[in-house]
Design a protein around this ligand. Structure first.
Ligand SMILES: [Zn+2]
Length: 240
């Protein structure tokens, strides 16, 4: 006959194992290590505004080039895969693309990870464009980007100055503003503050960006971001 203490400890060790397995599965999905074929979730699609398990479905693109090529399609994005650059000294990229158009807006993006490119396409097409039409009666025709790949550490935060930026792995983009059909310019530096329509637009699209990017920083984060939005899909989550 099994003693109550022994069966209790067996029960607890089973609970521990289940929790450990669940934690490991969650971590693998967040890091993009779980191949799509083993995922309980369907592949991400750019056709519609995804409503559930968005972060995990985006992360599934990280290491999967065939999935990436199947997902990043016209008319949502005009993207071409680029060769991997093996990591050296914390810098390089894997499964990245170059793209000239995203969500109907021109952009000159030389290299950005597939996962980030998909997040950009979803954010521009399903959040930025509808809000631009609603607020200004015009679509965004071009996006001002201040850079993607840069082999450097994080700037603007003394506590993180020894940590590589997500820009060092082409997993981040900085956006300075937008041009609308008809020529209206919206600039993060000039228009963020105040009560203008442009300010409201910038604040709302920044807020909505937090669904798609793990890190979405703007002028309220620190002085280094007064003139741009920084978006990335690294390990951390921060929306400010
Ligand atoms: Zn940045």
């Amino acid at each position: 006959m099994t003693s109550p203490t022994r069966s209790k400890s067996r029960f607890l060790s089973r609970v521990f194992l289940v929790l450990l397995l669940a934690g490991a599965t969650f971590a693998a999905m967040r890091l993009g290590w779980l191949p799509q074929r083993f995922s309980p979730f369907p592949p991400i699609s750019l056709d519609e505004r995804p409503s559930w398990f968005l972060d995990t479905r985006l992360a599934a693109l990280r290491l999967d080039r065939p999935l990436c090529e199947a997902v990043l399609k016209e008319p949502h994005i005009s993207a071409t895969s680029i060769a991997d650059q093996p990591y050296k000294d914390g810098c390089g990229w894997q499964n990245a693309v170059r793209f000239s158009q995203v969500g109907g807006a021109k952009i000159g993006a030389e290299k950005l990870t597939c996962e980030m490119a998909a997040a950009m396409a979803l954010w521009i097409e399903h959040e930025v464009q509808p809000l631009a039409l609603e607020s200004f009666g015009a679509r965004v025709v071009s996006i001002g980007d201040m850079g993607i790949f840069d082999c450097r550490n994080i700037v603007g935060n003394p506590l993180m100055k020894n940590i590589r930026s997500q820009h060092a792995t082409a997993n981040a983009i900085d956006i300075s503003g937008f041009t609308l059909d008809g020529g209206r310019q919206i600039s993060v530096l000039r228009d963020w503050s105040g009560r203008s329509k442009e300010a409201a637009f910038l604040k709302e699209i920044h807020r909505r960006a937090c669904r798609y990017f793990r890190v979405a920083l703007g002028p309220e984060y620190n002085a280094a971001h007064k003139n741009h939005f920084h978006f990335d899909r690294g390990a951390f989550s921060r929306c400010k």
